[in-house]
Design a binder for this molecule. Structure first.
Ligand SMILES: C[S@@+](CC[C@H](N)C(=O)[O-])C[C@H]1O[C@@H](n2cnc3c(N)ncnc32)[C@H](O)[C@@H]1O
Length: 200
């Protein structure tokens, strides 16, 4: 689901970038560790701050990224043009990722899966595109925040079948991923790291 005008302004804002740089990336790095190079994917990349962080802080060699909103993709491409072939950005849907099975060493979700009505689909897709031993890093917004009357008045999200941290963690397992760590803030926001098991 595309962002409404209020959330579009919030996401394309220096405050959002500062939260991602100084709060979310360090937390996910602590919970899941750095990468030793390799290929990473970001789903729902917005204007591309996450892509920069995945390259510069997490240590990926290359980042593929997509977003449902062509305006975000245009912003991300412009922002990251200096990285040349290390970054590829396209318009796409997290429910049907256009990548072959076992392509990526890591997949990142900076607050996008709660925008998808059928939110379990992207988790199955993340599992599919990860290599064995590949890692998933996720920051998510929980039902308690999404269904609060003030949030509902200001922002637009799917309302049916939203998740709390425990439910999201359970779905990671149902998708075939092994959870590494979960952290929660105010029952409203949560961070998850998980790993695809080694091939048997
Ligand atoms: C809350 S914003 C987060 C953007 C960015 N990751 C950040 O942290 O600033 C959610 C993003 O997910 C995108 N999005 C929503 N549904 C999507 C889907 N099904 N597939 C891919 N992207 C989607 C929106 O266009 C938006 O850019």
């Amino acid at each position: 689901m595309l962002l409404n005008r209020v959330e579009y302004a919030l996401m394309n804002n220096p405050i959002r970038a500062a939260i991602q740089r100084h709060f979310e990336a360090p937390r996910l790095l602590r919970m899941g560790g750095a990468l030793s190079g390799g290929r990473a994917l970001e789903i729902g990349c917005g204007r591309g701050i996450g892509i920069e962080l995945i390259l510069e802080r997490f240590g990926a060699d290359t980042v593929d990224a997509f977003d449902l909103d062509p305006r975000m993709v245009a912003r991300a491409r412009a922002r990251l043009s200096a990285y040349g072939p290390r970054v590829r950005v396209w318009v796409g849907d997290a429910g049907a990722i256009s990548a072959a099975d076992a392509t990526y060493d890591a997949v990142f979700d900076f607050g996008i899966i709660h925008h998808v009505p059928a939110w379990r689909g992207p988790l199955a897709e993340v599992h599919r595109v990860l290599k064995p031993n590949g890692r998933f890093y996720a920051e998510e917004v929980l039902s308690r925040f999404l269904l609060h009357p003030i949030t509902r008045r200001l922002l637009e999200h799917p309302r049916d079948d939203r998740f709390g941290a425990a439910e999201f963690a359970r779905e990671l397992v149902a998708s075939g991923l092994d959870p590494l760590a979960t952290e929660e803030l105010w029952g409203s926001f949560a961070w998850f790291t998980a790993q695809k098991p080694a091939a048997s």
